[in-house]
Design a binder for this molecule. Structure first.
Ligand SMILES: Cc1ncc(COP(=O)(O)O)c(C=O)c1O
Length: 378
């Protein structure tokens, strides 16, 4: 093992802020014995999070990946169905479609916003298309108007993966309020964290009940331990929800904090040659900088892996960008995406990475991280 000595303590890519009511609410769980899934914090977190997004129903689950599995299953997507989604996303999105027996059909990314390029959705619609899975990437929402138009015209369902978009809005409307079902993650790098955790939001009562049943083993309401179909145990614990309630109380403050961090990074990096920075805003949203991503220009003589290795030697934590779905060995081996090329996503995967972005990051740490990147590109 090589040890790294830097002038400053290592700067982690993510550190959450847990200095509100988190400890108090957790202690309440221990004192009352409500530690499993059926507890008052779960109900409160579901209600408050759904209300924040303007949805009637929130169904808490144990992570954001299974939230997508539940959404796909609840909409009845399966063999013979095609679901359109961005190729530039996390595997959870495509995995849920494939596990359900449906076929993922991918669209390339927009080179500036890094979201699905909505101009290329229409050409991927076939008579078998049943749904579009929208994923908001790294802090800016997907341009929803074209998606909504296409979905309406072709009678398609929408699943909105808003895992990274707590409190973000599209033309003033909350992310997570679009489509039949939306999903969220509360992993420790999200604006609101429960350690591990997720949520599905719905407006329709029957669809919400379906999600509740699927996440809880499909117990029959009239006779527990009798099952007419198979579900999963994906429940969120009261302990996790206690964290979630405390975190949600501070969401506006957290959004403002991340926006300040994003602006500071941009101020410090905008004169550095050789990198593309996140877009501060579009005509439909201001970036809320879930993470602060950068993309190396083509004339920089090294790729993201090498940049991250060198920054790591300087004690700066980083993470690579997503690797496109159409280039995933697990899908290629299964015969999916044969011969497909999506050059924007392929380039983002090879040239993109993100800098320390956790809510506990200090201005000094941002300055140190930016200086290290500047030094790398000098
Ligand atoms: C867009 C997106 N969807 C889904 C997930 C999966 O969430 P989890 O890590 O909670 O399973 C993530 C995780 O970061 C994500 O970024």
């Amino acid at each position: 093992m090589t040890s790294i000595t830097t002038a400053h303590p290592p700067i982690p890519v993510n550190t959450p802020l847990l200095d509100g009511n988190e400890a108090r609410y957790l202690a309440e769980c221990i004192e009352t014995g409500w530690i499993s899934a059926e507890g008052p914090f779960v109900t409160r977190f579901e209600r408050d999070f759904a209300a924040r997004v303007g949805r009637a129903h929130g169904m808490a689950v144990c992570n954001g990946s299974v939230a997508i599995d539940v959404a796909v299953a609840a909409l009845g997507l399966g063999p013979g169905d095609e679901v359109i989604l961005p190729t530039f996303t996390i595997i959870s999105c495509a995995a849920a479609i494939v596990r359900a027996g449906a076929t993922p059909v991918v669209v390339d990314a927009d080179p500036v916003t890094w979201n699905m390029d909505t101009a290329h959705i229409a050409e991927r619609i076939t008579p078998r298309t049943r749904a579009i899975m929208v994923v908001h990437i790294y802090g800016l929402p997907t341009d929803m108007d074209p998606v909504l138009r296409l979905a309406k015209h072709h009678g398609l369902k929408i699943i909105e993966d808003a895992a990274e978009s707590h409190g973000q809005t599209y033309r003033g409307r909350p992310c997570g309020s679009f489509g039949e079902l939306s999903t969220f993650s509360f992993y420790s790098n999200k604006h609101v964290t429960t350690g591990e955790g997720g949520m599905i939001l719905a407006s329709d009562d029957a669809l919400a009940d379906r999600c509740r049943s699927l996440r809880n083993l499909c117990f029959l309401p009239r006779q527990r331990f009798v099952h007419e179909e198979l579900g999963w145990n994906l429940r969120m614990t009261n302990l996790q929800a206690a964290l979630g309630v405390a975190q949600l109380e501070r969401l506006d403050e957290f959004i403002e904090r991340k926006r300040r961090m994003g602006r500071l990074y941009t101020d410090l990096l905008s004169s550095v040659p050789g990198i593309q920075l996140p877009l501060p805003s579009t005509d439909y949203a201001d970036n809320h900088y879930w993470v602060y991503g950068v993309v190396l220009d083509d004339d920089v003589p090294f790729d993201a892996i090498e940049a991250m290795r060198r920054l790591g030697q300087d004690g700066i934590g980083t993470r690579p960008f997503f690797w496109p779905m159409h280039e995933q060995p697990v899908f290629r081996t299964a015969g999916l995406f044969s011969g497909e090329r999506h050059p924007v996503a392929e380039r983002l995967a090879r040239r993109g990475f993100y800098l320390p972005s956790g809510l506990a990051l200090t201005e000094e740490q941002i300055a140190t991280s930016a200086a290290a990147l500047r030094g790398l590109l000098a």
